[in-house]
Design a protein around this ligand. Structure first.
Ligand SMILES: [Zn+2]
Length: 213
């Protein structure tokens, strides 16, 4: 009798094991779609092959939202990432995975973009004497990023590559305060991003993906 009871308890424990120990708990992602998300071009998610890592280069999540909502194009849309991760690791989704967001010129159609809230060069992005990314990435933010990328990897087996925005958009431009000095348009996520730790925890490869056709 006692043995039977123990085996019943063991069976219940193993059935509920995942939730019990927190292994497969789904990530808590706040659905916070941008007002114009229906105007972004649709796609099928089996085309996805790339994850791009960004820094918002803004002060906080509220400001990132404000910039994301700005209408920049005739289509009535703006520039934003799909996911935003705050410094404390909380995650918001601005654009659904099956819509094309404007985030990395030349690599938008098959990519998902993840924006890390981080000041970067804020607010003098294009001044010649302000070209250093100054803010480190907190552990909670990177842990959340790893969890999110792992979840995306298992959801979309066609995902293969990961890159930083700075690796894909390497264009230079004249500095705002001195046109004789050339600066990088994009520096995110920058030297504080822990690539080694991140790549060791995921399956995507930091290799050059094919460009949009
Ligand atoms: Zn970026």
């Amino acid at each position: 009798m006692k043995l039977r009871l123990i085996s019943v308890i063991l069976a219940i424990l193993s059935l509920s094991g995942c939730g019990w120990f927190g292994y497969h708990e789904p990530l808590d992602i706040a659905d916070n779609k941008l007002p114009y998300w229906l105007k972004l071009n649709a796609r099928t998610t089996d085309e996805l092959n790339l994850v791009v890592i960004h820094a918002t280069e803004l002060s906080d999540m509220a400001e990132a939202r404000e910039y994301g909502e700005r209408i920049l194009y005739e289509s009535g849309t703006g520039a934003s990432g799909h996911y935003y991760i705050d410094r404390d690791g909380s995650i918001e989704q601005y654009v659904p995975d099956n819509r094309i967001a404007n985030h990395t010129s030349g690599w938008n159609s098959r990519s998902l973009s993840i924006e890390l809230v981080n000041k970067g060069r804020y607010p003098d992005w294009y001044k010649s004497d302000h070209q250093v990314m100054l803010e480190p990435y907190p552990k909670a933010q990177i842990n959340a990023l790893i969890k999110l990328v792992r979840e995306l990897e298992s959801k979309y087996p066609s995902l293969k590559y990961v890159q930083g925005h700075e690796d894909l958009d390497t264009r230079m431009m004249p500095a705002e305060d001195n046109p004789n000095i050339e600066i990088h348009r994009k520096l995110d996520p920058g030297p504080y991003f822990p690539w080694a730790r991140f790549l060791a925890a995921i399956n995507l490869k930091k290799e050059m993906p094919p460009k949009d056709e």
